[in-house]
Write a protein that binds this ligand. Structure first.
Ligand code: DAH
Length: 345
């Protein structure tokens, strides 16, 4: 039995040495020192030994168990240290490696166009005004010379929230709000913002889109001031060689009213698919502020006059960048959105 014990000890020592991970080592401990292991078996078999041998053998088994346990512990500490060392080596950072390039974001094409237009007007001394998207019927229609039941209200299908509140159908209500707030003082503002119409979405219609409104009020503001301003804007947005043309039109809040066309930037006027063979492209609506509108906002139309205009940045962006479907601006496909760079004419 003594020999058996020594042989067993040799075996365990060898297994311990051969263990290369804490887990392997633990398996050895369970196999040899565990309840079902050979040492337990040996202890159980002691009953068969002569009485005088038992204490000696008991002591020997204990001694072997203790020294095996001690060696197991030592090996465990060593393996644990090795594991930590390895982990540290794997996790080490090579600070001399070149950095990864950071991808730059870019502005949405609509943001670019709106900012370009804002910069232009700011350089001419305009201020930026804002108004609510959930608007009173009064400012959206009535204060703009569109009383209830006026047939021109049908020009803009609206999302009503209550009888008197709606999602604004254009940025023109900011004209009325600004005039009311300025209380008779001169005004030079533009107002960019979101507007809503009860339209079915297709390549050229969206139930939500953007507009930029402009309003100038003061003494001696004339149609020629409007024309000069729009001419500069057209050249800024579509190139210095652009010409403009004003066509008579109708808006309830301006009199006279006009629509502005620019000479086609693709064919230069000879006729192509962009200008539908007319040589001209419609860009915006404008006019001289209607006396009723001035009066309702507390201005005296005998003393001051004004001009106003309204344009759609989507349409301008579509023309500038050759975008064929307005829905591209809102579906946020990164392949579309990341193509645009600010262009300055
Ligand atoms: N509010 C008009 C629309 O949404 C656009 C417009 C036309 C605005 C003429 C104006 C203007 O200020 O003078 O269709």
């Amino acid at each position: 039995m003594k020999e058996q014990l020594h042989e067993l000890k040799e075996q365990v020592m060898l297994k311990i040495k051969e263990s290369n991970t804490v887990k392997e080592l633990n398996d050895v401990r369970v196999a040899y020192l565990g309840k079902k292991g050979p040492i337990t078996d040996l202890l159980k078999g002691m009953g068969k030994l002569p009485a005088e041998e038992r204490p000696k053998m008991g002591a020997l088994v204990n001694e072997i168990r203790e020294s095996v346990t001690e060696i197991l512990e030592e090996r465990k500490v060593l393996l644990e240290q090795q594991a930590i060392q390895e982990q540290l080596e794997n996790e080490s950072i090579d600070v001399t490696l070149p950095g990864r390039p950071v991808e730059l974001g870019n502005h949405h094409p609509l943001t670019r166009v709106v900012e370009e237009i804002e910069d232009f007007f700011i350089s001419m001394g305009y201020e930026i005004a804002e108004g609510p998207e959930v608007e009173k019927d009064y400012y959206n229609f009535e204060a703009l010379n569109l009383p209830k039941g006026h047939p021109a209200r049908d020009m803009q299908d609206s999302f009503y929230i209550t009888e008197d509140i709606l999602l604004r159908t254009h940025t023109s209500p900011v004209q009325a709000r600004t005039m009311e707030a300025k209380d008779g003082a001169a005004i030079k503002i533009i107002c960019p913002g979101k507007v809503y119409r009860r339209d079915s979405d297709d390549a050229t219609h969206s139930h939500q889109f953007t507009q930029i409104e402009g309003l100038v009020v003061g003494e001696n503001i004339r149609m020629s001031d409007l024309k000069g301003t729009l001419d500069l804007l057209a050249k800024k947005l579509f190139g210095a060689e652009r010409e403009i043309r004003l066509r008579p039109s109708f808006f309830p809040f301006t009199e006279p009213s006009v629509e502005m066309d620019i000479s086609c930037f693709k064919c230069g006027g000879s006729g192509c698919n962009v200008c539908k063979r007319t040589g001209w492209i419609e860009i915006l609506g404008a006019g001289m502020v209607h006396p009723n509108v001035l009066e309702m906002a507390g201005y005296n139309p005998e003393e001051v006059t004004g001009f106003a205009f309204g344009m759609g940045p989507e349409r301008i962006a579509m023309l500038k960048y050759g975008v064929e479907d307005i829905r591209h601006f809102y579906t946020n496909d990164i392949r579309f959105i990341s193509q645009f760079h600010r262009t300055e004419a």
